[in-house]
Write a protein that binds this ligand. Structure first.
Ligand code: GLN
Ligand code: ZN
Length: 518
């Protein structure tokens, strides 16, 4: 409740729910201040995560409350609505037997509450077997080698601040990169994905079902990739992408290749509206057994002399769009992911990829509710991004991408990522985002999205050229990139072809201005 506790306690209500998972520390104050006849709902089971509870530990917290206030005025509850957790662990028929012991979805959480209620009403002895099982599972989880990987721990312990700083400042990197890449002013690129057509989905489904052999699968994806590269060359884009045809989802694709991640079959949760997602579960120390994207990126680069952009999902987004372990700080899990991705970045560089994009669309949504808690989050989140990005030489150009606007209040942290280039959603707001740059001089290069990929509407050359001219009023023209708002996987090829064709024409139009910044 924080500062709101006194207000909440002054309300004319019969009962008050408090979250004892996020803020167990508030219990003492609530007890000291709450009216004696106020019913207290103790949110003791985590409603936001998938982990089984150590019920004895919870009992030690709630038994004294019951003793002091009487069982009739205590309600036991999850910490919040169960909207955020999947329905039923029993629907999963294929889980590792140990890991299953550590999990609880909504149905299991309700069963945990019943055990707690019986323990409180009838004494712990009435549910001793259930309590022992829960504690045993918790104890096993604390020591299991499936979770605790000494090599990852050793690496984490050896992390030092220099690892999350590029070896040269942007001003120097810019010089080398410009010399090596030789791009025109207002360079054009895209955010990564190209249309996930029925054909592409069929290829992936066929492989999953086993009707396509690994060789046939590879071959089909190679053809898609090659075709995407040829037409990017045809329309004269400057920095190419391979199209992400091999990826089911930007988090799942990487999670499936990392240790410490678990995927479910039916653990769906609502994302927004009627859209549901099946977030992976990060259950253990994260490491990367082998390179994840190097083969596709090198194949794509081998087909063209233009620079091919490597494409990775960043550590904060990997964390944010998963269920995260609750036995260590989120920042520690994020650092493990960052170290695994850092190796991928270095491997891409070694394979000859000169531009690498690390997507972080979830950076902003990770912000804690209370603004006072923002700085520590932003510190470790930007540190983890830089950890991922900083293993490479100054000549390697690091891009990042974020969707959605409203970065004005965290613009300094966006700057602190120290990405050489950032692409960002701005088209829907007509470059309103750029207001932030009136007062804050973004230090590196920016590609403010020049058209909204969420609509099928074809953007004209003129309107995109206008947006670029508007952007050039805030950001030096030599630091501007030209790209759409986001990835193009939800669009159709004919839309993408005409839109990007116009985009390239818009870039060429502003390049010819004697002084684009005016
Ligand atoms: N590279 C990803 C894509 O183009 C980025 C997706 C995103 O920003 N959400 O699909
Ligand atoms: Zn995006």
């Amino acid at each position: 409740m924080g500062d709101n506790l006194d207000l909440a306690l002054s309300l004319p209500v019969a009962g008050l729910h408090i979250d004892l998972v996020r803020a167990p520390g508030q219990l003492a104050e609530v007890l000291a201040k709450a009216r004696y006849d106020l019913t207290l709902s103790l949110g003791a089971i985590d409603g936001r995560n998938v982990w089984r509870s150590d019920l004895r530990q919870i009992l030690s917290m709630i038994e004294p409350v019951v003793a002091a206030r009487g069982a009739e005025r205590i309600i036991l509850a999850p910490s919040c609505s169960l909207l955020h957790v999947p329905l039923d662990l029993d629907l999963e028929d294929d889980l590792d037997v140990d890991i299953r012991q550590w999990l609880a979805f909504a149905a299991q959480k309700m069963a945990e509450l019943k055990v707690l209620a019986r323990a409180v009403n009838e004494g712990r002895a009435a549910v001793s077997a259930e309590l022992r099982a829960a504690s045993d599972a918790a104890a096993a989880r604390r020591t299991s080698l499936k979770i605790h990987d000494p090599a990852v721990q050793a690496r984490l312990a050896a992390v030092n601040p220099a690892m999350s700083r590029r070896v040269a400042p942007y001003a120097e990197r810019e010089q080398v990169q410009k010399a090596i890449l030789g791009l025109p002013g207002f360079p054009t690129t895209t955010i990564g994905s190209f249309p996930q057509t029925d054909a592409v989905r069929k290829i992936r489904a066929g492989f999953a079902k086993g009707t396509l052999s690994p060789a046939e699968y590879d071959d089909a994806l190679r053809q898609e990739t090659e075709a995407a590269i040829r037409w990017q060359e045809d329309i004269d884009l400057d920095v190419l992408v391979h199209g992400e045809f091999e990826r089911n989802d930007m988090v799942q694709y990487f999670g499936e290749q990392l240790s410490g991640y678990l995927f479910t079959k039916r653990a769906w949760v609502q994302s927004y509206g009627s859209r549901c997602v099946r977030p992976p579960i990060i259950f253990g120390d994260v490491s990367r057994p082998k390179p994840m994207t190097v083969q596709w990126s090198s194949y794509a680069q081998s087909l063209t002399t233009k620079p091919m952009k490597g494409m990775l999902t960043g550590p904060v987004t990997m964390l944010q769009w998963s269920f995260v372990r609750d036995d260590q700080p989120r920042s520690a899990t994020c650092t493990q992911i960052a170290l695994a991705l850092r190796d991928e970045v270095v491997d891409l560089e070694r394979a000859g990829i000169r531009i690498i994009q690390i997507d972080e669309p979830a950076l902003r949504e990770g912000l804690p509710l209370r603004q006072a808690d923002w700085p520590p989050y932003l510190d470790w989140a930007t540190e983890c991004f830089r950890m991922t990005a900083s293993g490479v030489a100054p000549a390697t150009q690091i891009h990042t991408h974020m969707c959605y606007s409203d970065f004005n209040d965290i613009i300094e942290s966006i700057g602190a990522l120290d990405a050489d280039v950032i692409s960002i959603e701005t088209a829907r707001s007509k470059m309103e985002l750029l207001n932030a740059f009136k007062t804050y001089r973004y230090p590196n290069e920016i590609g403010p999205g020049v058209y909204d990929i969420h609509a099928p509407r074809l953007p004209t050359v003129e309107e995109m050229a206008d947006l670029l001219r508007a952007a050039a009023r805030y950001i030096p023209a030599e630091r501007l990139w030209v790209n759409p708002d986001c990835g193009l996987k939800t669009r159709k090829w004919d839309e993408v072809r005409s839109a990007l064709g116009n985009m390239v024409a818009a870039a060429k139009a502003v390049r010819t201005l004697p002084n684009a910044a005016e």
